[in-house]
Design a binder for this molecule. Structure first.
Ligand code: RIB
Length: 310
């Protein structure tokens, strides 16, 4: 099966992660540890997830003119991700995320976008040829709105399907919802988009219907341990259950799902198979600590899917 190009437009930040026995309350200092530093950012993690599945991946982002920026470039290269459109900002530093992971594997993140928050439409436009040649374009909200708008406009002009992962949720130009093919909010993001509570399968259906009416033909709401809910019009959608695994660290699970989905769609898989593939990539990612470093390879996913049935 041919594996088309996946272009990821979005964030790269350095992840600074510590375990914590419990999430600190306001004003509280908690003795945590161990500490881990590694490559992250939703865009970077999604690019690594797709590349480890076997996609040819181009990353469009921006880093600072600093050691963390050089580290980012070296890591992308190690992961066989094309860095032609990894721009350098001479003013802003490479972004960073402060991540606390508790004993249940749950996380709390503060992300300072730094350079990747200054990605411009003009820089995205420099990647127009690559976007035109892509099988799938994957974009998040962890960069400037102008970069997101430019990405969707280019993909639309070239007829390339876009997956929008609306994370982290903040206000964005809603008109792009008319021009994307897939949207992958988690429960919180689906709730922010619609103003509805999203906790149960029935809630997911109601929220998915609202998002569908905003113009997105394929709505996939990721729901952690419950799995993900897919809706593409009509009376109801379908809940795809998750695989049962022992979660060590759930940070980046959504990124694993999106990268896995982009790979599978770019490889020509039918959407139902692509969702199951993405679910397996996400399941394996939570069994390891970290974000980009925790993304599984295609061989690991195939072995897992051969022994774990949904
Ligand atoms: O989705 C997880 C990612 O969100 C982390 O890697 C962190 O960088 C934040 O952007």
């Amino acid at each position: 099966m041919s594996q088309g190009i996946v272009t990821v437009v979005g964030s790269y930040v350095t992840d600074l992660m510590s375990r914590t026995p419990h999430m600190p309350r306001v004003g509280e200092t908690v003795l945590g540890g161990p500490f881990k530093m590694g490559p992250g950012g939703k865009g970077g993690n999604q690019a690594v997830a797709a590349a480890r599945q076997g996609s040819t991946v181009y990353m469009v982002t921006k880093v600072g003119d600093d050691e963390f920026g050089s580290y980012a470039r070296a890591n992308f290269t190690k992961e066989t991700i094309n860095t032609e459109y990894v721009f350098v900002d001479l003013v802003e530093a490479t972004g960073a995320a402060l991540i606390a992971v508790d004993d249940n594997g749950d996380n709390l993140i503060v992300v300072a976008l730094g350079a990747c928050g200054t990605l411009t439409a003009e820089e995205v436009n420099q990647a127009s040829q690559v976007i035109a040649n892509s099988a799938v374009v994957l974009v998040q909200l962890e960069t400037s709105n102008e970069a997101v708008l430019a990405t969707v406009a280019l993909a639309k002009a070239y007829g390339v399907p876009v997956i929008l992962n609306p994370a982290p949720y903040h206000e964005f130009p809603r008109e792009i919802l008319q021009d994307i093919t897939y949207i992958t909010p988690n429960e919180t993001e689906a709730s922010s988009l619609t103003g509805l509570k999203v906790e149960t399968e029935a809630d997911a259906l109601q929220a998915a219907k609202v998002i569908y009416l905003m113009g997105v033909p394929n709505v996939i709401i990721t729901m952690g341990k419950m799995g993900c809910y897919y809706y593409n019009g009509g009376e109801s959608g379908k809940l795809y259950p998750s695989f049962e695994v022992q979660a060590l660290d759930t940070t980046g699970a959504g990124d694993a799902f999106n990268g896995g989905l982009a790979f599978a769609l770019a490889s020509g898989q039918a959407l139902c198979d692509a969702i199951i593939h993405a679910t397996a990539v996400a399941a394996l990612s939570v069994t390891k600590v970290g974000t980009s470093p925790a993304m599984p390879t295609l061989e690991e996913v195939q072995a897992f899917m051969a022994t774990h049935k949904l």
